[in-house]
Design a binder for this molecule. Sequence first.
Ligand SMILES: Cc1cc2nc3c(=O)[nH]c(=O)nc-3n(C[C@H](O)[C@H](O)[C@H](O)COP(=O)(O)O)c2cc1C
Length: 187
Amino acid sequence: MNVREAIAQRRSVKKFVDRPVSRTQLLRLLDAAVLAPNHRLTQPWRFYALGPQARRAYGEVLGGRKARKVEDPAAAALVRAKVADEHAALPAMIVVAVREDPDPEVREEDLAAVMMAVENLLLAALEDGLGTHIKTGAVMQDPAARAAVGVAADERIVAVVNVGVAEQPGPPAKPRIPASELTRWTE
Ligand SMILES: Cc1cc2nc3c(=O)[nH]c(=O)nc-3n(C[C@H](O)[C@H](O)[C@H](O)COP(=O)(O)O)c2cc1C
């Protein structure tokens, strides 16, 4: 598979088959991630590969946040349990964090670099026959979610990437505005 094929075939995968992803498989993806460009070679990315207990704990926090919007207490408890179960059942979940530099300019560059590392990871996964789904959200800054991950005090969680063998081939690509319509050529 060449790079363009990987870019074209990548999809956010919502359902995975019930097959674990090994540490070796994940490390291959992370080794691709850390090759991303990064200004001043700050290498600001940090990764947390969560096991089932930590995934459940993270899912409980996320589920608890979703449950707050549900009025009926029994239904809210079900929401929390469902989200926790779904997370525990994921084949693999990598929490991506950025080391927070005190300088705002470096912080911005570092965030950009980490997201480039994430794209490397997603494309490398595809080549290895694995599907991925990047997720974000306010939950990432929730102290309880941070505790579930065990993220270091000087790091900020910036993405969660679910990884596994996709249950079914990806749907057609969601339409994008052609680049030609979004590009202004200057002399
Ligand atoms: C920074 C970022 C954050 C995202 N956060 C979420 C998320 O919280 N939940 C979700 O379902 N998808 C999330 N996505 C995935 C997008 O919804 C998805 O990429 C988009 O719908 C296009 O679909 P595709 O990835 O299959 O091309 C995120 C993607 C990016 C790049």
